[in-house]
Design a protein around this ligand. Structure first.
Ligand code: UDP
Length: 238
């Protein structure tokens, strides 16, 4: 079994829900630490890492818009939630000795850097993990789409989607015992079968740019390292 990473530079997207652990809401610091350990392990192997973290554990725009809040206000609140998650992750990574920078799509100079492409590029070259916060900085988008855009912009070799399931299944494996996992899928299959791994716009953007999407479980200890060295359980969309 090889220990050589298959990809030199990746963007890892983690949904906010992963960070709430067994809690029903918010940030579970033990879970943040566990995810940070996964990231630190592959950063230590020389893999260049960009991170995008969702905000669904704190605030989701659409759900508040559904109960009467103005959609764009609700979405801006969702974007702010991703900044909180980014700061929690930055803190956990730095405690493990990993150098990081948070870059936000909405300027907040007292809190983090603004998103500046060339600066982000430089951070990656210096071995820093760059956490992109506040999504795209625009309402009506999601952090999946933001992850896809940043993966393309930063010329990542793959978009890793860390979820609570170890790949893409024919049906929800938590509800259907006959569900089987796909080893690989075509972008178009994901779109036409409406497999809901990521937003359709994110999948389309990855298809147009030929960037594979790797779906795996971020909950399994050592899982990210295993998948990036071609060993762990996952589904590749290409
Ligand atoms: N959001 C947005 N524009 C973006 C990214 C995020 O408006 O570019 C808002 C949106 O309201 C979303 C919330 O931020 O519901 C949290 O992001 P998301 O739902 O993607 O988080 P996840 O499901 O990954 O936890």
């Amino acid at each position: 079994s090889s220990n050589v990473p298959t990809y030199k530079r990746i963007l890892l997207k983690i949904s906010g829900e992963v960070l709430m652990g067994e809690q029903g809401f918010g940030i579970d610091m033990n879970t943040v630490k566990a995810v940070a350990e996964e990231v630190a392990e592959v950063a230590g192997m020389g893999v260049e890492l960009c991170l995008v973290i969702g905000g669904g554990n704190i605030f989701r725009g659409l759900s508040k818009a559904a109960v009467g809040m103005e959609r764009s206000s609700a979405d801006y609140m969702g974007m702010l939630a991703t900044v909180m998650n980014a700061l929690a992750m930055q803190n956990a990574l730095e405690k493990l000795g990993v150098s990081t920078r948070v870059q936000s799509a909405i300027q907040m100079n007292a809190v983090c850097e603004p998103f500046v492409h060339r600066r982000a590029q430089r951070h990656l070259e210096k071995g820093r993990v760059v956490i992109f916060a506040a999504g795209l900085g625009a309402p009506y988008f999601t952090t999946d789409t933001a992850a896809a855009l940043r993966a393309a912009e930063m010329r990542c070799d793959a978009l890793f989607k860390g979820t609570s399931v170890d790949g893409v299944y024919t049906a929800d494996p938590k509800k259907d015992a006959t569900a089987t996992r796909y080893e690989s899928l075509d972008y178009m299959e994901v779109l036409s079968k409406d497999l809901r791994v990521m937003d359709a716009s994110a999948v389309s953007l990855m298809r147009e740019n030929g960037i594979p999407i790797v779906v795996f479980s971020i909950r399994e200890p050592g899982g990210l390292r295993k998948v990036i060295t071609g060993q762990g359980v996952h589904t590749v969309i290409s």
